[in-house]
Ligand binder design. Structure first.
Ligand SMILES: [Cu+2]
Length: 64
């Protein structure tokens, strides 16, 4: 499924990279599209949204 998130703390490409890594750590097959300008993140994954959200919070990028 596709999870759509807004992550206000995503400021630059390094943030996007950290967010991608946090998701990949949960689901190695996940596809992450992150736009640092709009702060929108699309995650295509088999993992549940709550698990992805928890991983992003733990990584320091809480979704709004
Ligand atoms: Cu950054």
């Amino acid at each position: 499924m596709t999870i759509k998130l807004t992550i206000p703390g995503m400021a630059c490409s390094a943030c996007a990279s950290n967010i991608t890594k946090a998701v990949i750590a949960i689901d190695a097959n996940a596809i992450v599209e992150a736009d640092t300008k709009t702060k929108f993140v699309n995650v295509e994954t088999q993992a549940s949204e709550s698990v992805i959200r928890e991983a992003l919070i733990a990584a320091g990028y809480p979704p709004s």
